[in-house]
Ligand binder design. Structure first.
Ligand SMILES: Nc1nc2c(ncn2[C@@H]2O[C@H](COP(=O)(O)OP(=O)(O)OP(=O)(O)O)[C@@H](O)[C@H]2O)c(=O)[nH]1
Ligand SMILES: [Mg+2]
Length: 380
């Protein structure tokens, strides 16, 4: 098998026969199969079985009763099941013209890239099949936003949101993906540096059936983008921010109750440190707990770090004010910003470090690890 064509479908019954017919025509001379990954509630699975029986190429059906991860999850499942490492992904509504498959695959077969993206936004490509002006605008704006957020990884990709591409599945860590929503290619490209080439294609009109794109998908996409870009670090920051507010509230309440401000500040800080630890255990580093040292050891490290940090920050502020003559508020802000980054690094590299990792002292590995942690998905 040279090529597995993966088609995610959700209620595409009227499109299946036409799709298989046109794909079969287009891939003559290529040893290919079609894998439908279906989450439908209509007759799509029956139609696929019927068409498969008389199709000139192998047509398989994976029907999922539990459609985890939506469209993205379906694509990943198809890649797992594919008979060949070369996986071509396309929509089931014929907006991705099957006649372009040979061009995309030929580019892939040159062997110098891991992914070939069929793009609506280079030279002869076109997005004309998008339903209306609003959809065109939304698509262009979200593409711009996405590229701005991943300026390096997406440098050479004009259409990271397309659902039409060929990928070498061995170049992707399928287990490490957290597919959600519509944009599986973005998920793949944002997580790992891959070699990418693009070929233009003209996005056609839907052949039949109804669009599944919606405002809800749009909101989900923004969530996916944030989680991909800022991942753990943004959750860590949110928890830190909530903690700072809680700290002040506790201190205020204790002073109101008649306590001196020094013990009030200390109690506020310690309660916050403990609360933050519990929250980050649950929401930020939950996936790393099982490989790390025990919970009391993690707590001791985290607690010690935060106390040392608080103690060190005060003389550093004094130093900044006295030697650089900065205002005390700016000096405090600088120390807080630096402390935030150091705290995140300390937690992801030390507190939650895998127990068995012995020889990770080389600078390169540390940089890679920070990069991986900062971009790894959050869970809110
Ligand atoms: N397996 C699976 N496929 C899905 C799901 N949602 C959408 N799809 C399929 O993904 C492809 C793209 O969905 P479309 O509704 O065409 O989305 P779109 O192309 O962005 O929107 P239109 O331009 O309006 O067609 C189609 O083949 C859908 O059937 C899902 O939850 N599971
Ligand atoms: Mg479509």
């Amino acid at each position: 098998m040279q090529l597995s064509i993966i088609v995610p479908t959700f209620n595409e019954a009227p499109n299946v026969a036409e799709l298989v017919r046109r794909v079969a025509d287009a891939v003559r001379g290529i040893e290919a199969e079609i894998v439908f990954v279906d989450d439908s509630t209509d007759a799509t699975p029956d139609v696929v079985r019927e068409v498969a029986a008389s199709a000139p190429l192998p047509v398989r059906l994976i029907h999922r009763d539990k459609p985890t991860g939506g469209l993205g999850g379906a694509v990943v499942e198809g890649m797992h099941a594919a008979a060949s490492d070369a996986c071509l992904v396309m929509d089931g509504d014929l907006q991705h013209p099957p006649e372009d498959i040979p061009t995309v695959f030929a580019r892939f077969q040159r062997g110098d890239v891991d992914v070939v993206v069929a793009s609506r936004y280079i030279s002869e490509g076109s997005a004309q099949g998008l339903a209306d002006h609003t959809r065109v605008m939304v698509s262009r704006l979200s593409t711009m936003l996405t590229r701005a957020m991943f300026p390096i990884r997406l440098r050479e990709v004009t259409d990271p949101m397309t659902g039409f591409f060929v990928i070498d599945r061995t170049a992707v860590d399928l287990e490490g993906l957290r597919p959600r929503g519509f944009k599986i290619l973005l998920e793949i490209l944002a997580r790992k540096n891959l070699r990418v080439a693009e070929v233009p294609f003209r996005f056609a009109d839907r052949f039949a059936g109804e669009s599944k794109a919606s405002v809800r998908q749009g909101v989900r996409f923004l969530g996916q983008l944030t989680a991909l870009r800022f991942g753990k670090m943004s959750l860590f920051a949110i928890i830190g921010g909530v903690g700072a507010i809680a700290n002040l509230a506790i201190m205020w309440a204790l002073i109101e109750l008649g306590m001196h401000y020094i013990p009030a500040a200390i109690i506020g800080a310690e309660v916050t440190i403990i609360g933050n630890f519990l929250l980050q255990e649950r929401f930020v580093f939950q996936d790393m707990r099982s490989d790390a040292t025990g919970v009391w050891s993690r707590f001791a490290k985290s607690f010690a770090f935060n106390n040392v940090e608080a103690l060190v920050r005060i003389p550093v502020i004094a130093l900044l004010v006295n030697t650089w003559h900065l205002s005390s508020v700016i000096a405090a802000a600088i120390t807080l910003a630096v402390a935030f980054v150091v705290r995140f690094m300390f937690h992801s590299l030390v507190v939650y470090a895998p127990r068995r990792a012995g020889a990770t002292s080389r600078a390169r590995e540390i940089v890679d690890e920070i990069d991986a942690q900062a971009a790894s998905p959050g869970e809110l």
